[in-house]
Write a protein that binds this ligand. Structure first.
Ligand code: CMP
Length: 138
């Protein structure tokens, strides 16, 4: 039985030309790409995506950063997708990320941390549907 997770390559990593290398790592780890595009968030739409962090001190900076350049959102499928993807990307703060993880390789800071990964099946569904219509998911 497979399930799904949602990810996006963040503006710093897209800007630096790491999208291809990151997608290669994701596919090599056994994830199937269900949906993928390159797009741009407005600060308002970034705020909507990260609404759960509204009360956090880093919220405004996060919205500004996430709308500062192109992002590459994707829906991915694999057995144990949410947990395995979080292992592949490593800790939120790259200083704590394991060797060989995407964040260890490409993240610059706790904010500009290269890539997002959903924290639950429920959020994966919500986040995927935020970016992709049903006919774009197959
Ligand atoms: P992500 O896990 O994708 O979703 C929340 C984001 O907020 C996180 O990645 C970081 O980009 C950012 N973030 C989390 N904690 C902090 C922090 N302490 N300071 C700044 N940014 C943070």
């Amino acid at each position: 039985p497979t399930n799904k997770t949602f990810t996006m390559i963040k503006p710093d990593a897209v800007q630096d030309g790491h999208s291809g290398s990151i997608i290669k790592m994701i596919e090599a780890a056994g994830f199937r790409i269900v949906a993928l595009k390159k797009t741009l968030l407005t600060p308002e739409r970034a705020g909507e995506f990260y609404a759960v962090h509204k009360e956090r001190p880093f919220y405004n900076d996060l919205c500004k950063y996430m709308s500062s350049g192109a992002i590459v959102p994707m829906i991915l499928e694999k057995e144990n997708a949410v947990a395995d993807f979080r292992t592949l990307i490593g800790a939120t703060n790259p200083a704590n990320a394991e060797e060989g993880t995407i964040r260890k390789l490409y993240a610059k800071s706790i904010e500009a941390n290269a890539i997002h990964g959903s924290d639950s099946d429920e959020n994966a569904e919500i986040e995927g549907n935020f970016f992709f219509s049903h006919i774009e998911q197959f």
